[in-house]
Design a binder for this molecule. Structure first.
Ligand code: ADP
Length: 642
């Protein structure tokens, strides 16, 4: 949520006094709250992780601000998160002495969801609790998760450097109340009035175990009243506090001292994801530049992966001080799904986004981190092919952007590429280019591929017949991005990519002269067909690639394929019209019958039917569907009456 979202998003009731006002949650916030409470019921304890995470972020923000404004922490420089509970009253409180919020910030941050695309996201939710829980996990649950366990939540907050405190209160339904509150310490205290069935969270043992599980890595002490002070003896005294977590930023520890569970918990803290990460890589680099990175690959793509405008990037720390979220300069756009942190010892504490954009050191770190991610993915691909396939299913299309854009890492990205193939009957299975190279037939020095609108469309293309006949594998592509991708990469491992939809197809063992010979041969049937299709096609010729089908359409060497054409037309570009080439199979009975047809009208009708069928086979509709059906029916009638 961000501060930019203004009050007019909130349908506010006129405040009766400046002091107290009741406001309505923004519609999206209200919907999300409701869904969250229902979907996350089976994993309730995560609310604590979310609230501790917010408290630690608030402390990080103040720590950063206090570098330039030390007066902000003159009252209290001992950062900590403190929990308190009362089993009888069924309350749990969480206090931090972080940056706090002003009244307006309380209203904006806790009453609205500013993330773009939220309404769209909510419309995807199905009502199926399990599915929704996974989706909400990707969205990030945040502060509202308090309402999973509480039927009323109070927030007391005073922003660092201000005098006036604010109290916010809501039962998580339609409205919340805000009013001034006096004598608050700096920072934020969240008080949960627990639901009757959530009383377990007003218990020291339970809290301690949840904190250790989820928040051990938080770089601030998380304190609970010590066990001794829970005894009656101490009643009346201020409870003695015990630090429950290890309070050392996780990435500063040595890899061998960190358990898998700790990495997973830390991932959830930085990503707000619900699920475990797929894999991660933790590295310290020493030398000219010194920095530590901890990079995670999520299991699932976020709902807004395709929105290139959304904030993305790593959390940036300088010498362990949090500097900013979403530092996008450390990874290329096509790795926008990576979560994690980078902690540099060389950057100045007052580094800004502008500086990040210009600094050479950032370019060096970015190049190194990019390689690091790609090699982490390659390791997964080598060691855990099934997990890698799951990764590819989620993020493959984004990596393809990289293979098209990032010239310096193209080979590594192509090595990571997976796609369908004629050599795999399983429609879910994807193959690598390396696997393709291993299966090439004798004399083959090209990688053959076909781009279509769907896998089914690709598999049934007549253009594959000769390849099937000769046992040559063809890679099948059907993502929106594929034609662009394939047109921007020339070769892999010294082997060029060859589009099987092109007219000048060269098969293994051919030197390309055959075409010229074919074309030189005077062929009356070719001319006769050409006379019928003058409007529709650029050229007619005998095919050497068809085995079962009578005819197909192919493209000239430099023609745009249908996918690119559609994308460019959709973006409003005027394209020159281009005509395909028509290939016919002289051995097919229909063509032989055609050749023997003395009646020119019937000949013409049949050719037009074959042409439209060839369009259908390449995934396009006949130009005039009605005329096609009429023609076919006329032919069927003559056939039936013969
Ligand atoms: P997120 O943390 O993902 O932004 P949340 O719903 O958890 O979303 O919180 C919304 C916003 O409320 C935060 O971005 C932050 O600005 C503010 N906030 C939440 N908790 C605190 C806190 N303890 N101290 C200061 N600000 C807070």
């Amino acid at each position: 949520m961000s501060t930019e979202q203004s009050k007019d998003q909130i349908d506010s009731a006129a405040p009766s006094s400046v002091e107290a006002e009741t406001l309505g949650f923004q519609t999206e916030a209200r919907q999300l709250l409701k869904l969250m409470i229902h979907s996350l019921y089976s994993n309730r304890e995560i609310f604590l992780r979310e609230l501790i995470s917010n408290a630690s972020d608030a402390i990080d923000k103040l720590r950063f601000k206090a570098i330039e404004h030390p007066e902000l922490i003159a009252d209290d420089a001992d950062y900590a998160i403190t929990l308190g509970f009362d089993a009888e009253a069924r309350t749990l409180s969480l206090s931090d002495n972080g940056i706090g919020m002003t009244r307006q910030e309380v209203i904006d941050h806790l009453g609205t969801i500013a993330r773009s695309g939220t309404a769209e996201f909510i419309s995807q939710l199905t009502g199926d609790q399990q599915k929704d829980a996974a989706l909400i996990g990707q969205f990030g649950v945040g502060f509202y998760s308090a309402f999973i366990v509480a039927d009323e939540v109070e927030v007391f907050s005073r922003a660092a450097g201000t005098e006036q405190g604010t109290r916010w209160c809501s039962s998580g339904e339609d409205t919340f109340t805000v009013e001034d509150a006096a004598d608050l310490p700096r920072g934020t205290r969240v008080v949960l009035h627990l639901k009757p069935d959530a009383s377990e969270f007003a218990d020291g043992v339970r809290l301690r175990s949840v904190i250790r599980k989820y928040s051990d890595h938080i770089g601030v002490p998380v304190r609970l009243p010590g066990e001794a002070s829970e005894d009656a003896e101490n009643e009346g005294d201020a409870p003695k506090l015990e630090v429950v977590n290890s309070a050392r930023a996780l990435w500063t520890r040595s890899r061998t001292d960190i358990s898998e569970d700790e990495y997973k918990a830390f991932y959830k803290h930085v990503s707000h994801d619900f699920e475990d990460p797929l894999t991660w890589s933790h590295n310290r680099v020493e030398g000219k530049l010194e920095y530590t990175s901890l990079l995670f690959v999520p299991k699932r793509a976020p709902f807004d992966l395709w929105n290139r405008e959304i904030p993305r990037g790593l959390k940036l720390y300088v010498q362990r001080v949090f500097i900013m979220d979403d530092a996008e300069q450390f990874l290329p756009l096509y790795l926008r799904f990576i979560k994690g942190i980078v902690d540099s010892s060389d950057l100045p504490l007052n580094v800004s986004r502008e500086i990040l954009q210009q600094d050479d050191r950032i370019v060096t770190i970015r190049n190194a981190l990019t390689k690091r991610v790609l090699s982490m993915l390659q390791t997964m691909a080598d060691k855990e092919p099934e997990e890698y396939q799951a990764f590819w299913d989620e993020f493959g299309e984004v990596l393809k952007e990289g293979a098209g854009e990032d010239f310096s890492n193209r080979d590594a990205l192509l090595k990571l590429l997976r796609t369908a193939s004629t050599h795999d009957a399983d429609p879910q299975k994807r193959v690598s280019l390396d696997a393709y190279l291993e299966r090439m037939v004798e004399g083959q020095d090209s990688i053959y591929y076909l781009v279509a609108d769907s896998l089914e469309g690709a598999k049934s293309s007549p253009l594959l017949e000769v390849f099937r006949d000769r046992g040559i594998e063809v890679l099948l592509f059907f993502d929106r991005i594929d034609e662009w991708l394939m047109s921007s990469i020339g070769e892999y491992d010294g082997k060029s990519f060859v589009d099987v939809t092109r007219a000048d197809l060269k098969l293994p063992g051919e030197d390309g002269k055959e075409d010229e010979e074919d074309e030189a041969a005077d062929d009356p049937l070719t001319e006769r067909i050409g006379a019928v299709l003058t409007e529709q096609v650029d050229k007619v010729r005998r095919s050497k690639r068809l085995k079962e089908s009578p005819a197909c359409l192919v493209l000239g060497e430099f023609d745009l394929g249908p996918q690119m054409r559609r994308i460019m037309e959709a973006s409003g570009q005027q394209l020159p019209s281009s005509k395909p080439q028509f290939e016919y199979n002289p051995d097919h009975p229909l063509i032989q019958r055609l050749e023997a047809e003395p009646d020119e009208d019937r000949f013409g009708e049949l050719v037009l039917v074959l042409f439209d069928q060839a369009r259908l086979a390449s995934g396009e509709l006949p130009e005039d569907a009605g005329a096609y059906v009429d023609r076919l029916n006329r032919l069927l009638i003559t056939l039936l009456s013969d």
